[in-house]
Design a binder for this molecule. Structure first.
Ligand code: CAA
Length: 382
């Protein structure tokens, strides 16, 4: 076992850190207030190879491994988790799935643009009545010659307003239940495809989350990803990797919380000394540090297993379950260390809490992660 990163992984981490501090940090507070989408930042991230990190250079990607992706995701999310989720969805829910399951046509037409960051992608699985219960798809796609007509509604779609290409999961044969589900690529601007209102969220406020409506949206059969009837398996396989990305986002928030608590406790004085000299504060910092390291190890384990081509379903779910929980814990403790100052916007830690909460909800709630973990455990006993 080797706990050293490669030179390339360290370089990618440093590049993401430098970029986050120089280009993302200055506008993060303002964007949290206004909810403005970080267009320029995302364009620059595309130029740096951060939007298609794991995609082969043949299709416009950076050709890096999942470990490098995780390191970069955490650095970006440490400064702004809104930018983190935009990056995560494009990398792991859109590009990764297209590279692994897309036809040559799909890869050439769509993946190259998405992985290079010239276009942005969204992953459309959730519906008003299909969140955790993801097989309960009501969106339909009916065959019409060489095309399909998509009708229905999608909810909670990250990048929903600003994406160019949407992976849309729809029922092509209800009689076959989840084996009658298919994934299509829908382009922004296709007639009948509308973006509804942007949600006003507690956290990750400058990422855009919105619902989408489809009314007889005519999509060519070449836009099917993988094949008809494989759309649910596609979504599940893609989400396994997505969960590693969200775990890394949560890790970034937890690291930021720990750093903020540490810094503040060395400055703030009470009872005649810096509060870091009080054991009550030291215990909090120690607990946070253990949680951050444990989350990082779980995430790196899942990423390394994915890179090695080994099954990583359980490990990805464990990483997301734990990292999202400790992100909330660490943000709460950072607020506690800051006292009243932690409760106001000036000190950032209240944003960390608002941003952390969603990591326990999207890409599979914590309860879903436990189901996934338990099912994998059951498979291992005869
Ligand atoms: N990896 C690979 N395949 C999986 C899988 C996984 N983690 N979980 C299920 N599958 C496969 C099964 O093997 C099965 O395939 P076959 O029939 O071919 O054998 C198929 O999927 C159906 O599985 P189940 O019978 O287990 O289905 P289920 O209805 O009992 O439950 C579930 C499955 C795990 C609860 C699943 O519905 C689930 O993960 N739900 C959560 C969905 C989710 O994460 N939504 C997030 C939305 S996306 C998002 O948040 C994006 C964003 O914008 C940020």
């Amino acid at each position: 076992m080797n706990f050293e990163f490669t030179e390339e992984q360290i370089m990618i981490q440093q590049m993401a850190r430098d970029f986050a501090h120089a280009e993302i940090a200055p506008s993060a507070v303002e964007r949290d207030l206004t909810g403005e989408f970080p267009h320029e930042i995302i364009a620059k991230m595309g130029e740096l190879g951060l939007m298609g990190m794991m995609v082969s250079p043949d299709y416009g990607g950076a050709g890096l491994d999942t470990v490098s992706y995780v390191l970069a995701m955490a650095e970006i999310s440490k400064v702004d988790a809104s930018v983190g989720v935009i990056m995560s969805v494009n990398n792991s829910l859109v590009c990764w799935g297209l590279e692994h399951y897309g036809s040559d046509y799909v890869k050439e037409k769509y993946l190259t643009e998405l992985a290079s960051g010239r276009k942005l992608g969204a992953f459309c699985l959730s519906e008003p009545e299909a969140g955790s219960d993801a097989t309960n798809q009501n969106t339909t796609a009916d065959k019409d010659g060489d095309h399909y007509l998509i009708n229905g509604m999608k909810n909670w779609i990250t990048n929903g307003k600003n994406a160019d290409y949407y992976l849309v999961v729809a029922q092509t044969d209800r009689a076959k239940a989840h084996k009658g589900i298919t994934t299509f690529i829908v382009e922004k601007g296709m007639p009948g495809f509308e973006q509804a209102k942007k949600e006003d969220k507690l956290g990750i406020r400058s990422s855009d989350t919105c619902s989408l409506s489809f009314e007889n949206v005519r999509v060519p059969k070449e836009n099917i990803v993988w094949e008809e009837g494989k759309g649910f398996n596609f979504a599940m396989a893609t989400l396994n990797g997505g969960r590693i990305g969200i775990a890394a986002q949560a890790l970034g928030i937890a690291e930021a919380s720990l750093e903020a608590a540490l810094k503040y406790s060395k400055q703030r004085k009470s009872f005649g000394t810096e509060i870091i000299n009080h054991q009550a504060i030291q215990f909090k910092l120690a607990d946070m540090a253990v949680k951050v390291d444990a989350a990082r190890l779980l995430i790196l384990q899942a990423a390394a297993m994915k890179d090695a081509g080994r099954p990583f379903v359980k490990e990805a779910a464990m990483a997301k379950l734990y990292a999202s929980k400790i992100a909330v814990d660490c943000a709460l403790e950072a607020i506690q260390v800051h006292g009243g100052y932690g409760y106001v916007r000036e000190y950032l830690v209240e944003r960390f809490l608002r941003d952390a909460k969603i990591t326990e909800i999207y890409e599979g709630t914590s309860e879903i992660q436990k189901i996934v973990i338990a099912r994998e455990l059951l498979k291992s006993v005869s």
